[in-house]
Structures are given as C-alpha cells and as structure tokens.
Write a protein that binds this ligand. Structure first.
Ligand code: CP
Length: 305
C-alpha cells in the first residue's frame, strides 16, 4: 500500500506515467466513468479549502466512486480532542482512500503510519502540498510540452507557501532548470531549500523586484501572502500587497511566458490579467481534477484498458 506525502515519493518515471494517465483521462473521460464503482474517498480537511477538497471529490465522482468526509475540524471529533491517529483508524473502516489536510506539519504522515488505506497529503501547514505540485507539473508539461529546460520565477510568500516548497523539490529533479526567487526579505525561501539547490548544483537567484527579472522568465508562479501563517497582523498588512501583477508589468514578459498560481488569489494578480492568454491559473485548476483522478487510480491500483 502506498501513500503520497511528498512529490518525491514518486520517481520521475512514475510521475511520467501518472501524467500520461492524466492526459488520457482528459481526452477520454467516459472510459474512466465506472473505474472506481464501489470505492469511497474520505476527505478529512482540518483547514479551509475550495480547490483541493472539491477537486478530489469531483475526481472520485468522475471515476464512479463515492465521497464522504468533513470540511473543518470543528465538525469532526477533533473538536472533542480525538487524535489524528485514532481518526484515521476509524476512517480506514469507512473508506478505501483518504485525502487529508491539516494545519500541523507532518499530521498526514502520522495518519499514514496508522492507516489501513492509502493516505494523500492534501497540504500540511507550511510544509508540503504534493497534489498541488502534481497539478502544477501536469499543467507545465501539457502546455509547454516538457518538464525541464526553463527559467521559472516564484513570486510572493516563499517562506510560508507550501506549494512553492513542494514545487521546487519536484522540479529540482529535472534537467536545466533555473529558479528565480522573487520575494521581500521577510518572506524569502527557507535556507534548507537553497542549501538543497546548492548541494545539487542547481542555479538559483534571489531578487526583490519582479520587473527586474520578468524578461528572463519562461514561467511565473505567483503566490498569495499566507495570512493564516503570520504571527502578527501588522506584518501581514505591510506585506500583503508587496506584489501586484498588472498589465504594465506583463508588458515586460516574454510573449510565451505562462503565469501559474495555485490559487486562491487575493490581490497579487490584477483581474485585468485574467484575459491574457498567458494566464493559465484557471486551466491549472482543471488539470488538478485530471491528475487527482490519475492519482486515485494509481494508489488504488486500478487499471483501465
Ligand atoms: N490550491 C489550493 O490548495 O487551494 P485550496 O486551498 O482552495 O484547496
């Protein structure tokens, strides 16, 4: 039985197979419509979510399965003090696979160690968000035709943004990638990540001004400032609008540069950008359904001919 805690839990070859399957699902949705008949997905979300929870549920429903779960800790027995370990033992009796989001880093891993069913980390604190990374990689591969050979700018809250941490980890295994980290001083990418890149000999640059590097980018990954991880409101208010991607700034960007964003968006991308054909963040959310369908099939070891 396999779980997914970190994007590195899958080899590059396994990821290629997963993305091939997701692309096949995209083209041949009816072929998969009954593949999970009789199977149940539990979504255990101790933190708010729109995309991750609902795309997991849509994925299981598209596969002909059923869904159950809770969307906030207050409506589960966590509110009465039940541990994650006990909860997953119970969920294992009710469902075939579980997607779990938790504010505490490592909580889904604790659950996986006690589980009788595959557990998927749907985001743990400021740590990892592997299925968002699968979504991001599928989007890049599908729209750029490759994973590797590009310069990617990651902009915004690189300190607390778990999607950024997972994506850098995952992309560090592909050839010829240059990272440009664009953030205010206070929200720089953690040292353990830059140390990992240095150890692997992967090129990276840290800058504060987005305009300075825009012309060099093949991909721009925007992120919101993670209000829920700040210790004081004053710092959040000071930093929240540090970056706002506008039409003027987009004039500096290459004609084929893609803008990705894990969403939700707050102010960091002006809505006037949404009609720019380089803005692919809503398409990205759609890829999230295909890749989660592929992931459910893979973890449940269901093969569709
Ligand atoms: N991208 C993402 O994780 O969105 P939600 O928080 O809405 O699930």
């Amino acid at each position: 039985m396999r779980h997914l805690m970190n994007p590195l839990d899958f080899s590059v070859e396994e990821l290629d197979q997963l993305f091939d399957l997701a692309n096949d699902i995209e083209k041949n949705m009816p072929k998969y419509a009954k593949s999970c008949e009789g199977k149940k997905l539990a979504t255990c979300f101790y933190e708010p979510s729109t995309r991750t929870r609902l795309s997991f549920e849509a994925a299981m429903l598209n596969l002909g399965g059923s869904v159950l779960g809770f969307s906030d800790a207050g409506s589960s027995s966590a509110a009465k003090g039940e541990s994650v370990s006990d909860t997953i033992r119970i969920i294992s009796c009710y469902a075939d696979i579980c997607a779990m989001r938790h504010p505490k880093e490592g909580a889904p891993m604790v659950a996986a160690s006690k589980s009788k069913i595959p557990v998927i980390n749907a985001g743990d604190g400021g740590h990892q968000h592997p299925t968002q990374t699968l979504t991001d990689l599928l989007t890049i591969r599908s729209l750029k035709g490759r994973l590797g050979g590009f310069t990617i700018g990651l902009c915004g809250d690189l300190k607390f943004g778990r999607t950024v941490h997972s994506l850098i980890n995952a992309l560090s295994r592909y050839q010829d990638i240059t990272f440009i980290f664009i953030s205010p001083e206070e929200l720089r990418v953690p040292d353990y990540i830059t140390e990992m890149l240095t150890e692997k000999g992967i090129a990276y640059q840290e800058v504060i001004r987005l305009e300075e590097v825009m012309p060099k980018l093949d991909l721009l990954y925007m992120t919101r400032v993670q209000k829920e991880r700040f210790f004081n409101e004053e710092d959040y208010i000071r930093l929240k609008d540090f970056y706002i991607l506008t039409k003027e700034k987009m004039e500096l960007a290459p004609k084929d540069m893609l803008i990705l964003h894990p969403l939700p968006r707050v102010n960091e991308i002006s809505v006037e950008i949404d009609d720019d054909e380089r803005a692919v963040y809503f398409k990205q959310a759609q890829y999230g359904v295909y890749v989660r369908m592929a992931l459910i099939l893979t973890l449940l070891e269901i093969h569709v001919d």
